[in-house]
Design a protein around this ligand. Sequence first.
Ligand code: ADP
Ligand code: MG
Length: 406
Amino acid sequence: MRILVQKFGGTSVASPEVRELVLRKIEKAREQGFNPVIVVSAMGRQGAPYATDTLLSVARSVYKGIAARELDQIMYCGEMISAVVMAGTLQAAGMTSVMLTGGQAGITTDDNFTDARILKCDPTRILSLLKQGKVPVVCGFQGMTDEGEFTTLGRGGSDTTASALGAALNAEMIEIYTDVDGIMTADPRIVENAKILDCISYGEVCQLAHQGAKVIHPRAVEIAMQKNIPLVVKSTFSDAPGTLITNIAQEDTSEAAVVDRVATGVTYLTNIAQFKVHLDDTMGSDSSFNVFRTMAESDISVDLINVHPGQIMFTITAEHVEQASTKLKQQGYHIEILENCAKVSVVGGGMREVPGVMANFIEALSRNKIAILQTVDSHTSISALVPQSDVGAAVKSLHEKFGLSN
Ligand code: ADP
Ligand code: MG
């Protein structure tokens, strides 16, 4: 059996007109001899009646602090509605389609409500439907605990559903359909002349995704990579070939592999706060690691870490500022907090040992009078913390400087 997982994002299932386009993609897969497994997100973006954000606001309008478990129960409805509508669309076109919740599709998760992790994926039920020639339409973004509790997988979690099913079913390929023609060198909402990347390695796309490119969830890439299943990101709204994500070895010098690029893309993350913690001799030698232990115990992940004698700097997301500052102050630390920052990154496997990369990075930002609050670099990325108001200008100038606009 040739199994193809086709995942359709929120904008791809938002209206009857677009669902006709989805129907055509599914029909085409069947004509090509595939047994498609469909994964859908909730319909539309914020403001649409059954969009995830709309459902969240319904629950939060009752009580801002409503528990994560209850949030998951209401968010569950978004994908249920979407999957019913999509299964109905396929049935109307003469297919035998069966809608399944995440749990019914065999996805078991832990009980970390609103950000659950997939523990296992049992393909039995989907396989038996496929054998009967049926088209399963699975609710993305959700799973079920062993105790039967409904859970959701966090933002972008439908991508993860698609990959988990693809891996469990040994799919030939996983297609991620969205509203852009593929993975681009930058978010097209910021950089007008961003280019589509024809092919990219799992590693590079993971980096892009971790550094903020919201076009695909990094966990989805990791799962596909483990089983070496090709992922394709493409548009529901066009016939463009999209971006093929595979295991192109960095050393591979064949023409297909070498796109001879230092940088692959520019990404950004917003709503970041910079913490400066001052340490003095009276605090003892444990004071620096105690700062990080405190963050870890509060489940707050830290980024952009610099440890100097007498001072520690790190960043956290805006939602954790209050909690982090309270905890650290309770322990007697003197802290300075700079809010409304953004992290811009240039990502690329080709940056290794290329001289002048850092110089170009700094020059691009300085020429545009963008303050650099902190930097960090690795073999495959350089990032800077900048004021959030400059994030658009920073992304554009780096995109230009690293030759991605040509
Ligand atoms: P879906 O609902 O289909 O999952 P998303 O909103 O999650 O759609 O992802 C698609 C969006 O990701 C695009 O509309 C685009 O604005 C944004 N995006 C951010 N960075 C990139 C990038 N590097 N390449 C392509 N799209 C990007
Ligand atoms: Mg998405």
